[in-house]
Design a protein around this ligand. Structure first.
Ligand SMILES: C[S@@+](CC[C@H](N)C(=O)[O-])C[C@H]1O[C@@H](n2cnc3c(N)ncnc32)[C@H](O)[C@@H]1O
Length: 276
């Protein structure tokens, strides 16, 4: 039997490379959820070694699913890639930087055209909220914006602090970030800023996790944005292009809520531009 503490468990989970940057609150939230559903660990005193190991393994898996799986092999050297790009903003150096996150890496081919197409619908925004931002804010240099208020929210404080270094040298950009667990929206309200455009790129599938879409719906309704741009992967788990990448549930939900939607389909990703 081992005697555990909540903090001890969180530290153990965050010991590994991938969950290290994840917010402590998120791990605590997952731990509380796990303990509620697994009576053997509901009290942390005298937990069997096997149950303790299983709990840590499962929780690491959940953290990885929410966050860690987006690291690429380039992520370990991201500080160096950022420094190199800030010294010499060549295309080659920029590509290396964008390759540090799986989602931005997959979007490299379409980044330039996608912002042109999105902003042709929404107009050039003066304020952006990027929810579950990953490394997408680093694509700012491709957005064709100069004076803008950019808020980046994600569950990973480490990522947000990294991104803020990129914005230190971007004149005209009022950048701020917030470490947030959007799952909290299930049980409480979150105060969102008023913005022109809110990005939710490849986020909703991670919040809903194949359950129902109640949280996605609450999130779309809650954000104070004139436009919301929601994207989903258009690839199968085996990385093949999906035959039908449209998300019927999302289109039906927008219709029910009376939101106007335009769809832009690209290789690997489908974007919905929603007018609230
Ligand atoms: C697939 S990545 C997409 C990143 C970025 N939006 C993009 O498309 O380039 C999903 C992102 O959502 C974030 N995320 C996952 N669960 C979250 C939660 N509960 N609250 C806030 N952010 C979350 C992850 O940290 C990750 O950065």
């Amino acid at each position: 039997m081992v005697r555990l503490t909540e903090q001890g468990i969180v530290d153990k989970i965050k010991e590994k490379q991938e969950p290290r940057h994840i917010s402590e609150d998120f791990v605590m939230h997952k731990l509380a959820e796990y303990r509620r559903t697994h009576p053997k660990v509901s009290s942390l005193e005298d937990v069997g070694a096997k149950d303790s190991a299983l709990m840590i393994k499962r929780l690491r898996g959940e953290c990885r699913q929410a966050f860690g799986m987006f690291f690429t092999r380039f992520a370990k050297r991201r500080e160096k890639h950022l420094r190199t790009y800030l010294e010499d903003d060549s295309e080659e150096n920029y590509v290396m930087l964008l390759k540090t996150h799986k989602s931005s890496k997959e979007r490299i081919e379409i980044y330039l055209e996608i912002f042109d197409e999105l902003f042709a619908i929404t107009g050039k925004p003066a304020s952006i909220l990027d929810l579950g931002c990953g490394m997408n804010p680093l694509s700012f240099d491709l957005m064709g914006l100069s004076k803008v208020k950019y808020e980046a929210w994600d569950i990973s404080l480490g990522d947000l602090e990294f991104i803020s270094k990129f914005f230190e040298s971007r004149e005209g950009v009022d950048f701020s970030f917030k470490e947030v667990d959007l799952l909290e929206l299930k049980s409480s309200e979150i105060e969102f800023p008023d913005v022109d455009v809110c990005f939710m790129f490849k986020l909703l599938d991670h919040l809903d996790l194949g359950k129902d879409h109640k949280l996605s719906e609450k999130l779309i309704k809650s954000v104070n944005a004139k436009w919301v741009v929601v994207s989903f992967s258009a690839k199968t788990l085996s990385n093949k292009p999906m035959n039908h990448p449209q998300r019927g549930w999302f289109e039906l939900m927008c219709k029910r809520l009376g939101y106007k939607v335009e769809c832009i389909q690209k290789v690997g990703e489908i974007f919905y531009v929603v007018k609230k």
